[in-house]
Ligand binder design. Structure first.
Ligand code: NAD
Length: 263
């Protein structure tokens, strides 16, 4: 690579002066995303129900502030909004899982998943929409939303009835919003395969305490590349999608799954 090419590549995907909010920003993919966006020059609101972890992260990465936010609560969203005067990038990342077939999914489990993974994306996006639209109204580039969906929104996964349902809805919301606001907002979704985070560790601990390594090997094997993803690998795509280099990209889905959905 020539000296000029290196110089150009270090200038790529910069987010200097941009303000971002990452829901569920205190752990896993959200944490890696907060770090990556700060690294790219953005100021990041680390919004999470786990305020302590959000605060610890904010202290360690700089150019960020922790914010208590329960994405399922309109009051909590309203209170978070009152702190924020400007927003260019919204990352809807907070999400929860559930294990079970339709027969094993009780109505309260189904409602809980819908509430956190779907209704909250609607509530948070709707609340922050005026700020995101103001970005382009002021003559800047369109504000941008990155939704963290999942391969579960694209293909069926055994024992994930409620989870697949909710991530399919995130994919649909992404496309609908992109079509509704084609010139004033960019909306895209990332569909990760299995990524090494506390989310997956929690699942292994809860459901496979006695055969964790066996199940971990199965999780690796269903991704042709033969390993789990790393949160940073998803965060890099968030950064790209939020950047000016992605100005022509809206309504798109990006699978980061080690080949799972290609197989
Ligand atoms: P994680 O459990 O490590 O982190 C989730 C974060 O969301 C936590 O900090 C938690 O406190 C926060 N959170 C939960 N409920 C919240 C609420 N009501 N309000 C605000 N914050 C809340 O999870 P992760 O693995 O980093 O997953 C992040 C997203 O990525 C989720 O939407 C998940 O569905 C998706 N995803 C994860 C994987 C994976 O394999 N880890 C794969 C595909 C998609």
């Amino acid at each position: 690579m020539s000296r000029t090419q290196v110089a150009q590549s270090t200038q790529a995907f910069r987010l200097d002066g941009r303000h971002a909010l990452v829901t569920g920003g205190a752990s896993g993919i959200g944490e890696a995303t907060a770090k990556e966006l700060v690294h790219a020059g953005a100021f990041v609101w680390i919004a999470d129900i786990n305020l302590y972890s959000a605060q610890e992260l904010a202290k360690s990465i700089g150019s960020s502030q922790a914010l208590h936010l329960d994405v399922t609560s309109p009051e909590s969203i309203h209170s978070a909004l009152s702190h924020i005067g400007h927003l260019d990038i919204l990352v809807n990342n907070a999400g929860i899982g559930h294990v079970g077939s339709i027969q094993q999914t009780e109505p309260e489990d189904f409602d809980r998943l819908l509430n956190v993974n779907v209704r909250a994306v609607y509530l948070v996006t709707r609340a922050f929409l005026p700020l995101l639209l103001a970005t382009s109204a002021a003559g800047g580039l369109a504000g941008t939303v990155v939704n963290i969906a999942s391969v579960a929104g694209l293909v069926g996964i055994k024992q994930r009835f409620a989870y697949c349902t909710t991530k399919g809805a995130v994919v649909a919301m992404t496309r609908q919003l992109a079509v509704e606001y084609p010139k004033t907002l960019r909306v895209n979704a990332i569909c990760p395969g299995t990524v090494e985070t506390p989310f997956v560790e929690g699942y292994l601990e809860k459901f496979h305490h006695n055969n964790k390594e066996e199940v971990r090997a199965e999780l690796r094997a269903r991704q042709p590349i033969g390993r789990l993803g790393r949160p940073e690998e998803v965060a890099s795509m968030v950064r790209y999608l939020a950047s000016d280099e992605a100005a022509f990209i809206t309504g798109s889905l990006f699978n980061i799954d080690g080949g799972w959905t290609a197989a």
